[in-house]
Design a protein around this ligand. Structure first.
Ligand SMILES: Nc1ncnc2c1ncn2[C@@H]1O[C@H](COP(=O)(O)OP(=O)(O)OP(=O)(O)O)[C@@H](O)[C@H]1O
Ligand SMILES: [Mg+2]
Length: 239
């Protein structure tokens, strides 16, 4: 299988501060890959390095075979990599619909925009009932669906989700995970997901990486990692 994203042995951080050391990661077309690790491990720094928001000082990052190192965040987005950041960054005083329209900005065709709106509403039926509601008055879970919907409006090939279920009610966590599965299965969108719900993330994904103190300490098929007692105890806090 061809590689979509290849993070090749990077060290990255902020200014003179190096957070990640020699990190490698691969996402193949149609895959859901998860990144696990405790608070401060460097998970968000990794997705920021991929999207041009953190500084990579060593190694390389390839997208569809070409280096994307040093590109500006908007240039990375234009290649088909959409990031849903940790802080949701919705326009709280705009309606749900208008937030989705902001996400469609890179698209030129009205037809494509309409098609993506239909798609987002079919994946998150809740949002179709709340088109005119101000984003700031949606529940936490609905806001998270809206941020994912907004990212989908740009027709990405890879959706990067940084802790999409943090602080969300359990039944909405389930809805969001189901939607992610559907994206991958029906629309051929690959997903890189950072999660703290380790068990659920391993069930959702095909391949997983565990980061600890800026280093990949374990990686493998998600099935394998989910069964490994060492992983469960040492890195996932599950017994
Ligand atoms: N903009 C920044 N400038 C300097 N240091 C930063 C910056 N952002 C993060 N860090 C530091 O980098 C380290 C890794 O942070 P990061 O946000 O990548 O962790 P994380 O794994 O995403 O944690 P969490 O699960 O809490 O979101 C932390 O020590 C953090 O303080
Ligand atoms: Mg983080």
């Amino acid at each position: 299988m061809k590689t979509l994203l290849h993070v090749d042995n990077i060290s990255a951080g902020y200014g003179a501060l190096t957070i990640l050391r020699d990190v490698s990661l691969v996402v193949k077309p149609g895959q859901i890959v998860c990144v696990l690790g405790s608070n401060g491990a460097g998970k968000s720094t990794l997705v920021r390095a991929i999207t041009g928001l953190a500084r990579t000082v060593k190694g390389d990052i390839h997208w569809e075979g070409n280096s994307i190192l040093g590109l500006q965040p908007y240039e990375v987005a234009a290649l088909g990599i959409a990031l849903v950041p940790e802080d949701r960054l919705l326009f709280t005083s705009l309606s749900a619909h208008d937030n989705l329209m902001v996400g469609s900005a890179p698209l030129r065709s009205e037809v494509a925009i309409e098609r993506n709106l239909d798609l987002v509403h079919s994946i998150f039926p809740r949002l179709s009932q709340r088109k005119e509601q101000l984003a700031g008055t949606l529940s936490g879970g609905e806001q998270q669906m809206l941020t994912i919907g907004r990212a989908l409006m740009s027709s990405p090939k890879l959706l990067i989700l940084d802790e999409p279920t943090i602080g969300i009610a359990p039944h909405l966590v389930h809805e969001i995970f189901e939607a992610i599965k559907q994206l991958c299965r029906d629309l051929d969108i690959s997903v890189l997901i950072v999660e703290q719900h380790a068990d659920q993330a391993l069930a959702l994904s095909e391949y997983a990486y565990v980061i600890d103190q800026g280093v990949v300490v374990m990686s493998g098929s998600s099935d394998q990692l989910a069964r490994d007692p060492r992983v469960r105890e040492a890195y996932l806090g599950i017994d």
